[in-house]
Ligand binder design. Structure first.
Ligand SMILES: [Mn+2]
Length: 307
């Protein structure tokens, strides 16, 4: 059975950290795909808080290694406050992105909530990319490639200190799943920092079931499980509506199993859905798939089990 039955949807319509425009339309595409009604149909209380507002996208090049840093900070402060307020009210926030830079605001809020309530944190990072770049390592300066590094304390001061503690999280709470595109310098840094990565090679060799058993190992009743779901985690054959497609991702069934095994833990406490880009989608199919998978994350299949 799910732990939380009261869900809050928080739209964060921006592509401020991305290398392509369009993720700003993600929240509306998920609403068009009926995310609220689908979750409600499983007996969950859902409140749509509407969209946060923030600065527009000036579409400029990098400055000191970062694109749009002041705007990224502004958006993440708003996401941080909104997500933290829902958690403090005993609700389960789903942050509808938006690009993945918003994971900084969201996960720093979850970490702060865990400190305040004495909970242990586990973060599952479902993504084709490690998102562990720094200004020194990335040529693009797109901050959506940096959120995990920032959360672990590596990045510009204004971003690493969102949440009131630096680093916001320890790297050992993160489990990355589905990774298949990492820059050479980033790869070295991921190894140095001891991030636990289940890349596609691992999933191919060991299977999704074993991968998820490893990634979910050690959860207990005091653990808050946060899932940061970058839609580019999925194979682009089934999920074309993202800015940075990488071939060779999890299939439909593998992705379902991943979500179902997370649901089975009963520990899901918060969720990000990011990088959905309706401008690149085909008749909203990627949004519909994302909602289908989120339905499984909240226990669609477990409802059919006798247990
Ligand atoms: Mn990402």
């Amino acid at each position: 059975m799910q732990h939380h039955h009261r869900i809050s949807l928080i739209g964060a319509p921006t592509d401020i950290g991305a290398g392509a425009r369009g993720a700003s339309m993600g929240p509306e595409a998920l609403r068009v795909a009926r995310i609220a009604a689908v979750l409600h149909s499983h007996g969950l209380e859902v409140i749509d808080r509407g969209n946060l507002s923030g600065p527009g996208n000036p579409w400029q090049g990098p400055l000191h290694g970062y694109r749009h840093l002041p705007e990224v900070v502004a958006w993440n402060q708003r996401v941080h406050e909104a997500v933290h307020a829902e958690l403090a009210a005993g609700r389960l926030p789903i942050m509808l992105g938006g690009d993945h830079c918003l994971g900084i605001g969201s996960i720093s809020a979850v970490a702060r909530h865990c400190r305040e309530t004495g909970k242990k944190l586990r973060v599952l990072w479902l993504d084709a990319h490690a998102d562990f770049n720094t200004a020194e390592l990335t040529p693009s300066g797109n901050i959506h490639g940096m959120p995990v590094a920032v959360l672990c304390g590596h990045g510009p001061q204004a971003l690493v200190e969102i949440g009131g503690q630096v680093p916001a999280i320890d790297s050992d709470v993160v489990r990355q799943i589905g990774i298949r595109s990492v820059d050479p310098g980033e790869k070295r840094f991921v190894h140095e920092q001891g991030l636990e990565v289940f890349d596609m090679r691992y999933i191919d060799e060991m299977g999704m079931r074993h991968t998820m058993e490893q990634a979910l190992m050690g959860l207990d009743e005091h653990t808050h499980l946060h899932v940061s779901f970058d839609v580019d985690f999925l194979d682009p054959e089934i999920a074309p509506g993202v800015g940075t497609t990488v071939p060779g991702g999890p299939t439909y069934r593998e992705a379902q199993l991943c979500m179902e095994m997370i649901a089975d833990t009963g520990r899901l406490g918060s969720l990000d859905v990011v990088e959905l880009n309706p401008a690149l989608d085909v008749r909203n199919k990627t949004a519909l798939l994302a909602v289908d998978l989120i339905e499984s994350l909240f226990g669609k299949s477990t409802l059919m089990r006798k247990s």
